[in-house]
Write a protein that binds this ligand. Structure first.
Ligand SMILES: Cc1cc2nc3c(=O)[nH]c(=O)nc-3n(C[C@H](O)[C@H](O)[C@H](O)COP(=O)(O)OP(=O)(O)OC[C@H]3O[C@@H](n4cnc5c(N)ncnc54)[C@H](O)[C@@H]3O)c2cc1C
Length: 546
């Protein structure tokens, strides 16, 4: 039965030239760039195709809107004043998490592998699911990402790993508030940041005192997202120094001493709850040796950083897709926007940022799929480069895409305000920009082989494009060794930009690689989006939907 349409012949005017909302977006079939990178990076194209078709459906897009509209609510006490410390979510939130668990978001990189090893193509396929889910509802990715990323850190304690790993990598999401032994699956959060220092976790004041085989934790955490997680990897001070603990939300027969003080009132990321918490004699199980807290939890942070590098590519994709749709259906001055040369230049320029970001993000995911110490050091470097550059570009791309919709881009009836609010977040958490750049320098000092491997990769495309060769030579002569701290951003941006260009030169169609090199490696352009010349705009716009 056909639905009755809204009336467009109104008393005062006829409603026209307003593009209709997107319907039934297949996030895989409609995205040739995603298909190309998942295929070349040896991901599972069947799973990625299923993720794209499922997560782009009208039903799940509507679930995303509901999960954001009805924000999570803290229920700190029951009516008698007893502590509950529960967070209530709209059912749509659970629906999205359940779908992601079934697709293998948390499980795929680790299924079939044991200890610290990885499943072939697992991170790439995981990244493809994240890329699709972020376009539908970015906030719900936070608890899923922490759950996925916590798995390798568990290898520091075989007993804990035996209990938690099968549940974190389950395909069935179980949101019940219950002890871990009673649950088929579990989610994991992380609690590092305190008021006096987030990046500098060594200033943490939360203490952990030995009590038999376990520890009692006391103190606060200033940011703790997904506070309804079943456990939290937590940093706390012991006699031996900063140490990592697994703090379960439930003990065998009672709630653990974790008080949820309040939820943060955030710019965006509305479906996800981010809390302030306090530990009051909370029981924690040690992961790794005393004093090795940072070394233990860095395994988790490394993988959350990968997701923070993929998510901005997805936010760029979602906003460009929306802008392109609008331009295809909106006329100005008697011509469709998409047929106007200056709009074509703007969109084509944004496509280059997006395609570069996808290439770099999935290169990082592919690096995480490799076993071996040297490959892991390289992965740490590439993930950091991708997290830095992709996020710095994301804010600009979402803003320019918003402007393509004119006034409606600023209105909540379209997804643009949500995408714009989300854009800065992945840069801030899990190591803000400066911290990431300093981490790049640290990795290059500690793991010189990673730097050499990256250098080999950059030089492997020498001779393909003279402008690229000149840019690489300029980088190497500007920084024959490591830069000063003051130049760490410039150095990191330059390295990430070169790596992106090298990836596009190897894998992307000629108009994309040529356009990127011409506008990102040479100075022949202005500073704002669309201030370019000579791009093959029709070839670049064809990249949006194939
Ligand atoms: C929505 C949201 C959810 C979050 N969820 C969690 C969570 O679940 N668990 C958790 O533990 N944390 C969480 N965080 C915290 C987040 O990871 C931190 O805010 C972030 O790491 C920065 O720490 P900070 O806020 O203390 O800032 P600071 O560490 O004070 O940094 C402030 C600025 O100084 C810069 N800076 C720091 N050191 C240097 C240096 N040596 N040289 C130059 N510049 C420097 C940083 O790049 C940054 O720009 C969340 C944050 C947000 C916004």
């Amino acid at each position: 039965m056909t639905q009755p349409q809204p009336r467009d012949h109104l008393g005062t005017h006829i409603v026209e030239n307003q593009p209709s909302p997107r319907r039934h977006v297949d996030l895989w079939a409609g995205d040739p760039v995603l298909q190309a990178v998942v295929t070349s990076a040896e991901g599972d194209t069947d799973v990625a195709a299923r993720a794209g078709a499922t997560l782009g459906s009208d039903e799940l897009r509507e679930a995303g809107r509901e999960a954001r509209r009805v924000k999570p609510e803290l229920v700190a006490f029951d009516r008698a004043g007893r502590r509950l410390d529960e967070v209530r979510y709209h059912p749509a939130y659970h629906r999205l998490l359940s779908t992601a668990f079934e697709l293998g978001y948390t499980a795929l990189p680790w299924e079939g592998a044991s200890g610290g090893s990885v499943t072939a193509g697992g991170h790439v396929t995981h990244a493809a699911i994240l890329y699709c889910l972020t376009q539908t509802e970015p906030g719900v990715c936070c608890p899923l990402t922490m759950t996925y990323a916590g798995v390798p850190a568990l290898s520091a304690n075989a007993d804990l790993e035996a209990i938690w790993r099968p549940r974190l990598t389950s395909r069935h999401y179980d949101p019940s508030a219950a002890p871990i032994a009673d649950k088929e699956s579990a989610t994991l959060g992380m609690a590092m940041t305190e008021k006096q220092g987030g990046s500098d976790v060594r200033t943490n004041t939360t203490t952990a005192q030995r009590d038999g085989d376990v520890y009692r934790l006391n103190g606060h955490k200033w940011f703790c997202s997904a506070p309804m997680s079943d456990g939290f990897l937590t940093l706390a001070q012991t006699r031996g120094g900063l140490t990592c603990f697994l703090v379960p939300r439930w003990l065998d027969d009672e709630r653990n001493g974790i008080n949820v003080m309040r939820l943060k009132d955030k710019l965006g990321n509305q479906a996800n709850a981010s809390a302030e918490i306090e530990y009051v004699d909370a029981l924690g199980w040690r992961l790794g040796d005393e004093g090795r807290g940072v070394a233990t939890i860095i395994e988790m942070v490394h993988h959350t950083r990968l997701d923070c590098a993929v998510a901005p590519a997805a936010l760029m994709r979602a906003s460009i897709d929306e802008a392109f749709w609008w331009a295809q259906h909106r006329q100005a001055f008697k011509r469709l926007l998409v047929d106007q040369p200056l709009m074509q230049a703007v969109l084509a320029d944004l496509v280059l940022d997006w395609e570069g970001a996808v290439g770099l993000a999935f290169r990082a995911a592919h690096a995480c799929d490799q076993d071996g110490l040297e490959e892991r050091a390289l992965a740490r470097l590439v993930v950091a480069l991708a997290k830095f550059l992709n996020n710095k570009r994301c804010v600009r791309v979402t803003y320019e895409a918003m402007e393509c919709l004119g006034g409606m881009g600023y209105v909540e009836d379209t997804p643009m305000p949500m995408l714009y609010r989300e854009a800065p977040l992945n840069s801030i958490w899990e190591g803000s920009g400066n911290v990431i750049c300093l981490d790049v320098l640290r990795t290059l000092v500690k793991e010189p082989l990673a730097g050499e491997m990256l250098g080999d990769e950059l030089r492997s495309v020498a001779g393909v494009d003279r402008r690229y060769d000149e840019a690489l030579a300029a980088h190497e002569s500007r920084w024959p060794g490591l830069p000063t701290e003051q130049e760490a951003r410039w150095f990191t941006e330059s390295l990430a930009n070169l790596l992106t260009a090298s990836i596009l030169l190897r894998f992307a169609p000629a108009p994309v690689a040529d356009g990127y090199v011409a506008t990102r490696l040479t100075g022949e352009r202005g500073h704002v989006a669309g201030s370019v010349a000579g791009l093959d705009t029709s070839a670049l716009l064809a990249r949006i939907n194939g």
